[in-house]
Design a protein around this ligand. Sequence first.
Ligand SMILES: [Fe+2]
Length: 235
Amino acid sequence: MTDPVYLLFHRPEGPDTPSPKPGDPNESEQYLDLSNPHILRMALFSIEIARSGAVQEPCVLDDIYFSALLHDVGKTMLREEVLNKPAPLTPEERAHVETHAALGGEMVGQIPGWERVSRSVRAHHEWWDGSGYPDRLQGETIPLPARIVAVADVFDALTTRRPYREPLPVRAAIRHIRNGSGTHFDPEVVEAFLKIPDVEWEHFRRQAELLASDGLIQIHSWYFQLDENARRSEL
Ligand SMILES: [Fe+2]
């Protein structure tokens, strides 16, 4: 697999630099901040859910890891004033933000051999009951890495401080995930998530903060110390 570092470049300098559009030759100048603790927590949480032993469906761990790292790469294509808007979004702005899933899938899909990761990145906002986006996929037609990333993403959002609210306690966030089983989330992935004790989630968050101190390098070294057979073969 090509290392995802391939996708990680620097935002062009200067406030007047126009945002490149998909297909633009400057697209590789896009910026994905992989020192962002959210992305590192996503990778760690997703892998721990997959390794809990409760997910029966076969899946390659590498696909889960890279899908978690890159799930929001499409946001680098969005208008910054919308992404950073400190107020509720208009319907047009919300529709614009939702394009990030399909855009991310397109970006990752440009890398030969990354088709599965591309499909998962595209599908990370799909819902188990078919009410998600961009394709309204349902049930097991949603790639498993995307179903795992969806749980990790919501859990992380709930347990992280936002400008407008305090983080939810881990226990309350776990309850929220349980309540979403069968509607938002794959029941089997929720079962895997629930197998992990509350204190472990607290531990993973602290571990991710430590890994975030050196960003991508740290999360890579944590991940690649896992046995290669475990990473490449089906779970
Ligand atoms: Fe997203």
